[in-house]
Design a protein around this ligand. Structure first.
Ligand SMILES: Nc1ncnc2c1ncn2[C@@H]1O[C@H](COP(=O)(O)OP(=O)(O)OP(=O)(O)O)[C@@H](O)[C@H]1O
Ligand SMILES: [Mg+2]
Length: 263
């Protein structure tokens, strides 16, 4: 019998409700786990408010006209829009690579307006990764060296990560290209090296600008499956620009940019 004695000596017998000690423990376990998940899901990894961007030049143009976005931990968000609508511009600003003309961005709990250089460097080494629309690999380093560079800069030992990185590259279909320089790989292979480099640091957030843009449809689908798997298993938030409605379907939320605003 499971009895709960109060200080006024009244006793409450759970057996009266038909609950055994075992059942009560299981219920409490699930209540606590659910609470933990709710807290994790509610934590925003990205909050952007009132983002505008005007490029001053020959003809000054306001590309972004007041964008608010919030992304929760572990969310997978797809950003769509026509060519020239400002998707890459927005992604650069959200990731802290470019600055907005006005508005604020809070990324992984840090306000990018006032972030110190060393905090920004640490954010990039451990918490936030970016896969560029066009290749951004170091030309004189091999694929393996490109992928592991952020880990070595973060003073990680190769014995701790080598096996994991090789397995990841095998999954991405570039396991046999690891000793090649970028110039010795196809565009699609280079793009998968860039994706492996982003995944290697096991970040909280990955920004991806058309990660499947130079892949054929079968490779593109495989990369999307890997991204989805990493999002679901490891809770990495993904913020991905894509032109492909089919690839946007892998995301849990879609945002469409039109005329500098969210549609
Ligand atoms: N550095 C810059 N200076 C001036 N204008 C720029 C600059 N970068 C981008 N633009 C302009 O801003 C607009 C949005 O560009 P952006 O690259 O964000 O578009 P996009 O939606 O990513 O397009 P795409 O789908 O073709 O990649 C375009 O009209 C572009 O010409
Ligand atoms: Mg773009």
């Amino acid at each position: 019998m499971f009895t709960f004695e109060t200080n006024v000596s009244k006793s409450f017998q759970f057996e009266n409700l038909g609950l055994s000690v075992g059942k009560i423990c299981v219920i409490m376990y699930f209540v606590l786990i659910k609470k933990d998940f709710e807290i994790m899901e509610n934590q925003a990894v990205l909050k952007a408010q009132g983002i505008t961007k005007t490029y001053e030049g020959g003809t000054s143009a306001q590309v972004l006209k007041g964008i608010d976005i919030e992304v929760g931990a572990g969310e997978f968000v797809a950003i769509l829009g026509e060519s020239g609508s400002g998707k890459s511009t927005l992604l650069y600003i959200l990731a802290g690579i470019d600055t907005p003309t006005s508005g604020t961005v809070e990324l992984a709990g840090k306000c990018l307006d006032s972030i110190k250089d060393e905090d920004m460097a640490s954010l990039r080494r451990r918490e936030v990764a970016f896969v560029y629309q066009y290749d951004n690999l170091v030309p004189h380093l091999t694929a393996y060296e490109n992928i592991t560079l952020p880990l070595l800069l973060d003073k990680k030992k190769e014995t701790e990560f080598k096996e994991r990185i090789v397995a990841l590259c095998n999954d991405l279909g570039i396991g046999d290209r690891l000793n090649n320089l970028p110039s010795e790989m196809s565009g699609g292979e280079q793009q998968r090296v860039a994706i492996a480099r982003a995944l290697a640091i096991e970040p909280k957030v990955i920004f991806l600008d058309e990660p499947t843009g130079s892949l054929d449809s079968e490779r593109g689908r495989q990369v999307m499956e890997i991204l989805k798997d990493i999002n679901e298993k490891h809770g990495v938030a993904l913020i991905m620009v894509t032109h492909s409605p089919a690839h946007a379907e892998y995301a849990s939320r879609k945002i469409i940019i039109e005329d500098g605003q969210i549609k």
